[in-house]
Design a protein around this ligand. Sequence first.
Ligand code: CAA
Length: 248
Amino acid sequence: MSPRLALVTGGIGGLGTEICRYLARSGHRVIAADLGSRAERVEQFMIDVADLGESVHFEALDVSDHAASGSALADIEARHGPISVLVNAAGITRDTSLRKMSEQQWSDVITVNLGGVFNTCRALIDGMVERGYGRIVNISSVNGQTGQFGQTNYSAAKAGMHGFTMALAREVAKKGVTVNSVSPGYCETALVMAVPEAVRNQIVASIPVGRLGKPSEIARVVDFLCAEDAGYITGANIPVNGGYFMDF
Ligand code: CAA
């Protein structure tokens, strides 16, 4: 059997790149799907994953556009084969307190972070169900569990992703398709580095492990959930946050 095909949205981003690496190393063919407009970043990504050879490809995909993402995914499947593993890691922030938040800042975050999950899952779910196999992992956030000052938009989208995850998990549980979310804490990514240094230092001081997470520490969990023998884990949310938020 040829290696399963995995598609990672936000695939050239901070977490996405490392997720692509892990999935390739565990034997998947991988498509890093991301905005095609950032030629320099795409070039850098291809250099970063050059050691993985032909197992990783880049494809342009804007998850925020329902019709365009649907046809892009159909085209990707026509050229590369059926997608068995979907990791939704595309995400943006537009941090500001609600009192200053514009409708645009609200809708940009909801459209990409939550709408994007609907768009990709909607396009790929039928194929997974028909083939009787699928792994979907949605990258949520600790801030979807706790809320964060300045992130009513982002926290709403990330909490929404988990509700979506549980609902879809129930719908496809008998069809060999698992749907889970992973909720990273604060990691060494551009998104977190964009937080003002003083605010970031305060946050790091409150993380029991005492440091930011590494993208590889998120990717390891995603890869675990995407394995063939992870078929009994579905509708779960796995926190990876250095103890920043503990719940049961
Ligand atoms: N907690 C409590 N009060 C705060 C605060 C905080 N974190 N930040 C600001 N305030 C207070 C200010 O002191 C100020 O008080 P006064 O009115 O008394 O002066 C008031 O709230 C308003 O502050 P600002 O005018 O600075 O608020 P703002 O609308 O400009 O927003 C902010 C500030 C940009 C949100 C800034 O606080 C910030 O960047 N916070 C960090 C947000 C964050 O953690 N984002 C995570 C990004 S990474 C990510 O999202 C990845 C992931 O999944 C973990």
